[in-house]
Ligand binder design. Structure first.
Ligand SMILES: NC(=O)c1ccc[n+]([C@@H]2O[C@H](COP(=O)([O-])OP(=O)(O)OC[C@H]3O[C@@H](n4cnc5c(N)ncnc54)[C@H](OP(=O)(O)O)[C@@H]3O)[C@@H](O)[C@H]2O)c1
Length: 231
């Protein structure tokens, strides 16, 4: 399948590589391809510049957000939360309509220092903002609760005995994403939380995720949901 991924950071690269290896044709989208290719410094997280990664992954093409969107039968939002709506506007509504958008972004706000807070919470979420702004796209919020490596290689952590979530209005879209998570990444345990308003919970988990990261000193962890018998 043709897959368009919005973003050039560690999430886009990790998922892009994994999906391409699984047999999909992946295209990444960025604001300005020439500028992204010309970057010579590691990004803010210490990841090598895009060109160094691209040299090792020549089959994964880079284009504008609109080119990645036009290419993809299925789309992935792996942009910074603060820029996600802008990225999707650049992708163009016509290139989004009718397609599934796996939304992995978190609405993190570092403007008041670290750890970041959330720019939207409680009664709304980034997933809902995207769905409202682009009613024709089928938003499925998922994978935002784990780090990039765990997203793509869940079985490297506790043999995959941990959970990830789905939120979205379309049952068929969620079923398609569940299949992709299982077949291409190896996810065993996927909980469908319900419609897109349920994205609030996974997004509001981020303050705990960030504190766990600090406490464990390692981002390769996840949570396992255990349930008792119904009373
Ligand atoms: N890193 C993780 O392990 C992890 C785990 C869970 C969830 N997430 C979430 O996944 C998303 C991607 O994370 P990341 O660490 O890979 O990269 P990131 O540094 O959070 O985001 C990089 C991407 O965001 C784009 N971007 C930033 N501002 C923009 C704007 N104003 N308009 C359009 N695009 C803009 C950049 O575009 P250019 O290419 O043009 O620079 C770049 O492609 C984030 O929302 C993050 O919270 C990350």
């Amino acid at each position: 399948m043709n897959i368009g991924i919005f973003g050039t950071g560690v999430v886009a690269r990790t998922l892009g590589e994994r999906l391409q290896t699984a047999g999909h044709a992946v295209r990444l989208g960025t604001r300005d391809p020439a500028q992204t290719r010309a970057r010579a410094e590691p990004d803010g997280y210490g990841n090598p510049p895009f060109a160094a990664w691209q040299a090792q992954h020549p089959d994964i093409r880079l284009g504008t957000y609109a080119e990645a969107a036009a290419h993809g039968e299925l789309l992935v939002n792996a942009t910074q939360g603060a820029g996600s709506l802008e990225a999707l506007r650049a992708a163009g509504e016509g290139n989004l309509d009718g397609k599934i958008l796996m939304d992995i972004a978190n609405p993190l706000d570092s403007s008041r220092g670290m750890p970041p807070s959330l720019s939207v919470a409680n009664t709304d979420s980034l997933g809902e903002q995207i769905q409202r702004a682009f009613p024709g796209v089928k938003v499925v919020k998922t994978l935002n609760t784990v780090n990039a490596r765990v997203m793509a290689y869940p079985r490297e952590v506790a043999d995959g005995e941990h959970h990830v979530f789905l939120s979205g209005n379309e049952a068929e879209a969620k079923a398609r994403v569940r299949q992709l998570l299982r077949d291409d990444f190896g996810w065993r345990h996927v909980i469908d939380l319900g419609d897109i308003t349920t994205a609030r919970g996974p997004e509001m988990y981020l303050p705990l995720w960030l504190r766990l990261w600090g406490a464990l000193g390692n981002g390769r962890f996840n949570i396992k949901v255990v349930a008792g018998e119904a009373a």
